[in-house]
Design a protein around this ligand. Structure first.
Ligand code: GRF
Length: 222
């Protein structure tokens, strides 16, 4: 296998998507290795999970830095020092500057708990229930300067059921998140997902029939 891409995961909280990525990357044939987990909050629960998994961790406290530029400069020192090639945002609750995003153009990906471009921003599950949608889900996308914007790599849809609570729906979406984020990172790290204009073209065998609701764009379906 060609060399595995060196990945950093940026978190602010519990880190369940981070754990899904670490578990996937533990497989020897996975095309990426998680070498660093970085949190803007020293108390993020995910830092403990990452350390238990044997991954290097660093907390760069946003509050300890005078401004966004200083905070992002500290993050860049950590990322460059670890030789990071791809950055995964996984519940990282800071808006990144256009400069930072540009520096990681097409090497910075995010997971968002909705089927973008629907429900950008926060409280996506509440808003999906309020809108009465029948399908909800999640998206992994390349990051652009606009919030929750950028070429879509993989999406998953889940049904919204009668009587769903926010927690029930969030849990159903989270299960899908844990499946599509490792898939999307594998596509990016292996070079099988490439950006063409504002879209991602995926060069891969169609997924197994067991994954009917996971929908990357394949060349033969455009
Ligand atoms: C996930 O729902 C993710 O989509 C969103 O923030 C949440 C993070 O959860 N961006 P976790 O920390 O990965 O458990």
């Amino acid at each position: 296998m060609t060399e595995r891409k060196r990945v950093a995961i940026l978190i602010s909280g519990r880190g369940s998507n981070m754990s899904a990525l670490i578990a996937a990357a533990a497989e020897p044939d996975y095309p990426a290795e998680v070498v660093l987990v970085l949190s803007d909050r020293p108390d993020a629960g995910g830092l403990v999970l990452a350390a238990e998994a044997g991954i290097a961790t660093i907390a760069i406290d946003r509050k300890a830095h005078a401004g966004k530029a200083a905070f992002e400069a500290a993050m860049s020192v950590a990322l460059d020092g670890a030789g990071i090639e791809i950055v995964c945002l996984a519940g990282f609750m800071r808006l990144l500057s256009a400069d930072f995003v540009a520096r990681w153009h097409d090497r910075l990906i995010n997971i968002h708990p909705s089927i973008l471009p629907a429900f950008r921003g926060i409280d996506t599950h509440e808003r999906a229930l309020a809108a009465g949608v029948r399908l909800h889900g999640c998206t992994v996308h390349f990051v652009r300067a606009e919030v929750d914007d950028g070429p879509i790599i993989v999406q998953a849809a889940v049904p919204v059921r009668g009587g769903d609570t926010v927690d029930a729906l969030a849990g159903r979406v989270l299960t899908a998140e844990h499946r599509i984020y490792p898939l999307a990172l594998a596509l990016v790290a292996s070079g099988r997902a490439r950006v063409e204009g504002s879209h991602v073209v995926v060069d891969a065998e169609p997924l197994q029939a067991a994954e009917p609701l996971i929908v990357p764009r394949f060349p033969d379906r455009q």
